[in-house]
Design a protein around this ligand. Structure first.
Ligand code: PLP
Length: 227
């Protein structure tokens, strides 16, 4: 697609999503400015992402360290205010690379990773902002802490590891009604005084906004079919 057409299309899509976000926020009596759109650019080439940067989008999500390392250093070179979120599982052997790339890790989900973060910090690394991933549907194949394990984990983060946790993130089961999962995540966050909630994707972000999402993660609705 020619560059100007690509750029116009990305503007139209961003405007449409921002409009829907504003309506959902209004219906929930929330300030639209309290909700951040994370543009999930996984699987999309730099050439597809670039027009969104030109159109003013600054917060992006990637689910693989390797893929992000291939695209983002050059993409973000011209934009000092880009904020990159890791939204996929993080292996500890990729932690150093992830720390070079990401401003936020949304998928802190186990003690081993917490300890690796502590070790990196002790070596002088600046840590990204952190969210804890919760497996609200208790799906065996999915990453994230079981809801029952969240209180103990958060307590360890605070008291033993001195890791500052900003909030919680979840990916509800694909075939479930997402509202109950969002409500559970919001309730867990409230119970622990956490203010950030990353929940809601292309198909259900309005429901997530109603339930209190502060970050919605949209891929398909923004970029079109997966590349
Ligand atoms: C891919 C992905 C998204 C975006 O999904 P869409 O349905 O394309 O909006 C959101 N969150 C996570 C964790 C993802 O892996």
């Amino acid at each position: 697609m020619p560059q100007d057409k690509q750029s116009l299309l990305s503007r139209v899509r961003l405007d449409e999503i921002r409009g829907r976000m504003a309506l959902a926020a209004k219906a929930a009596q929330r300030d639209p400015a309290s909700i951040t759109l994370v543009a999930v650019s996984k699987t999309f080439d730099a050439s597809v992402i670039k027009p969104y940067l030109l159109a003013g989008q600054r917060v992006f999500g990637e689910n693989r360290v390797q893929e992000a390392a291939g695209k983002w250093p050059s993409l973000r070179a011209g934009y000092s205010d880009v904020e990159l979120h890791l939204i996929g599982p993080l292996q500890t052997n990729k932690l150093d690379e992830a720390l070079d790339l990401f401003d936020v890790i949304e998928t802190l989900d186990r003690e081993k990773l917490a300890l690796a973060l502590v070790k990196a910090r002790d070596k002088g690394r600046r840590l990204p902002r952190l969210l804890v991933q919760v497996n609200t549907g208790a799906e065996p194949q999915k990453a994230g802490l079981l809801p029952a394990a969240v209180p103990g984990f958060l307590q360890n983060c605070r008291d033993q590891w001195h890791l500052d946790i900003e909030g919680l993130m979840c990916i509800p089961p694909v075939d479930a009604e997402p509202g109950a999962h969002f409500a559970l995540l919001a309730q867990l966050a409230r119970a622990h005084g956490l203010h950030k909630l990353s929940m809601g994707m292309s198909a259900d972000f309005e429901i997530a906004i109603r339930a209190g999402a502060t970050h919605i993660r949209l891929g398909g609705a923004l970029f079109g079919g997966r590349g």
